[in-house]
Design a protein around this ligand. Structure first.
Ligand SMILES: Nc1nc2c(ncn2[C@@H]2O[C@H](COP(=O)(O)OP(=O)(O)OP(=O)(O)O)[C@@H](O)[C@H]2O)c(=O)[nH]1
Ligand SMILES: [Zn+2]
Length: 216
């Protein structure tokens, strides 16, 4: 990934005013590593000891990976895998692993997504449903927004009869720190079209995601 400092921004004031006006700020990888080094010093560590020497680079790379969804687009990940098909029964992909990061603490959100839709002349490659989840999960998120983004992406791409997304996840910021509630998990849902309008369709979906499959 190429990150270059904006040549037109020469002072901290300009940087701050560009942030205030919503312009995207870019920084160099050297600056990102320096920021991690500063954090290490703030934590009382010696960033020059052997074990930490490469840590700023590792942390930067890890965070870049965990947020790689910012550099992906629906168009790219779909790779044309939307097909015309005369299908009008529910398609459900269950138990899609979710590894996201909460935007408040940049700590992991770990869970599973269940995504269903009812086609309306078009179907999508099944793996692409998981890829859509992955693209939005690999950003700084709140669970509610992640859920809605997946539902709206599929609704926009397929114009189906409806889309249903449920995410069950545990937030490390509630487990390892803060309120410290291991075992707590959060369920969010986004229902579009027939799933929001028709109780029976929604119940069919909820029953299907409750049922324990033989694969487990
Ligand atoms: N709605 C929502 N809240 C989240 C999510 N991830 C983390 N949070 C919450 O964001 C809130 C941030 O609250 P603050 O009081 O500003 O931060 P904090 O002092 O670190 O809060 P505590 O976690 O309660 O210690 C906390 O209640 C978190 O549990 C999420 O995906 N959705
Ligand atoms: Zn958090």
């Amino acid at each position: 990934m190429t990150l270059s400092i904006r040549p037109d921004l020469t002072s901290a004031d300009q940087v701050l005013s560009s942030l205030a006006t919503g312009q995207k700020q870019t920084v160099t990888e050297a600056e990102m590593k320096q920021a991690v080094r500063t954090l290490l010093i703030g934590l009382g560590e010696d960033p020059d000891r052997e074990g930490l020497k490469d840590t700023p680079k590792r942390v930067m790379k890890a965070l870049q990976f965990l947020t790689k969804g910012y550099h992906e687009s629906l168009d790219e990940l779909l790779n044309g895998a939307v097909f015309t098909e005369d299908a009008n029964e529910m398609v459900l992909v269950r138990d899609i692993d979710i590894f996201s990061s909460c935007e408040h603490h940049i700590l992991p959100i770990i869970g599973r997504a269940h995504v269903a839709y009812i086609p309306n002349g078009k179907v999508i490659g099944l793996s692409k449903i998981a890829r859509v989840c992955e693209m939005y999960a690999r950003r700084l998120q709140v669970q509610e927004r992640l859920t809605v983004q997946i539902a709206d992406a599929l609704q926009g791409l397929l114009k189906p009869q409806g889309v249903a997304v449920v995410i069950e996840a545990t937030h490390m910021c509630m487990v390892m720190r803060g309120v410290q509630k291991p075992g707590s998990w959060t369920v969010t849902s986004a229902m579009r079209g027939v799933f929001s309008e028709d109780v029976r369709t929604r119940e069919e979906f909820m029953n299907l995601i409750r049922h324990n499959s033989n694969f487990h």
